[in-house]
Design a protein around this ligand. Structure first.
Ligand SMILES: [Ca+2]
Length: 284
């Protein structure tokens, strides 16, 4: 059964918009070969330990508005919340009282970075290797938004959620599409679950989509777990995945979908990102 949370557009940025449906995972063979793809953009996060994210590649989104999902964190651009270390991007979730320039006070801080100003692409393979945080209330995500968000607005710009996890489901990640008329529960969503109750937070895993005209394929650890086409959209709605999108990485705390942290949640939490790589298809 779908569960729906409505996301509002706040300023220049859309929040996460989620629907959840844990069902059977249909695993298929890889649709393409590695040699079909040429690397065109990457961040390996190999800067000096403690250094901030590369400003030529990422921009911070700052604020504690709740991001349309009643989230509890304040996103900052401080190196307390995001930095490079040992070849990884670290997004660190801290339980601390923080008041931002907008006078909003939150009890948690975290980071949300985007390539909105620095990189966008239409079609391609978009992949990240990530070790997610854990605990009730955590909501890490690797996702994309249409670059026309400021003109046509969300959800018409389109949203591709390559990986989302909520702490209460430590063995499951979700891949979802959202667009006009399917911004809520109508957004085609699917899940990938680790076997034997293994936890995503215990290891690095790769999360990817292969996005081509009229098809988006979702992968976890190189396993194709869902293929989406316009036929999967609700009747009368439009496939909006035909223009450039940009990337986002963030860890939200609380909000309508994951619920709030509780006494079992351990802070600080970190999301480690070994790399983000984008490929263009070289074959047809
Ligand atoms: Ca790396």
């Amino acid at each position: 059964m779908m569960t729906i949370w409505k996301t509002l557009l706040t300023g220049c940025c859309a929040g996460l918009l989620i629907s959840s449906s844990i069902g059977n995972v249909h695993v298929s063979e890889h649709a393409t070969k590695t040699s079909d793809w040429k690397l065109i953009w990457q961040d390996e996060f190999s800067g000096p330990n403690g250094s901030p994210v590369d400003k030529d590649k990422w921009t911070h989104e700052i604020g504690g508005s709740g991001w349309g999902n009643h989230e509890l964190e304040y996103y900052t651009d401080r190196t307390e919340n995001s930095y490079q270390e040992n070849g990884n991007l670290v997004i660190k979730v801290v339980n601390e009282r923080f008041t931002g320039a907008d006078n909003t006070t939150r009890e948690y801080t975290s980071a949300r970075i985007t390539t909105k100003k620095t990189f966008k692409a239409a079609y391609g393979k978009f992949e990240a290797r990530i070790k997610i945080p854990q605990g009730q209330g955590m909501w890490p995500a690797f996702w994309m938004l249409g670059d026309d968000i400021n003109t046509v607005h969300w959800p018409k710009c389109g949203e591709i959620d390559i990986m989302e996890n909520i702490g209460k489901e430590p063995s499951t990640i979700h891949g979802t599409l959202h667009g006009p008329g399917y911004s809520g529960g109508g957004g085609p969503t699917s899940s990938f679950m680790l076997a034997n109750k293994r936890l995503f937070a215990d290891d690095f895993h790769t999360f990817a989509v292969e996005w081509e005209p009229n098809v988006i394929r979702f992968y976890c650890d190189n396993v194709l777990y869902k293929t989406r086409t316009p036929a999967d959209l609700p009747t009368g709605t439009t496939w909006v995945y035909d223009h450039p999108f940009f990337l986002l990485l963030n860890v939200a705390v609380g909000g309508d979908w994951p619920g709030s942290p509780n006494e079992t949640t351990v802070f600080p939490q970190v999301m480690l990102v070994d790399y983000v790589r984008v490929y263009k298809r070289t074959t047809s």
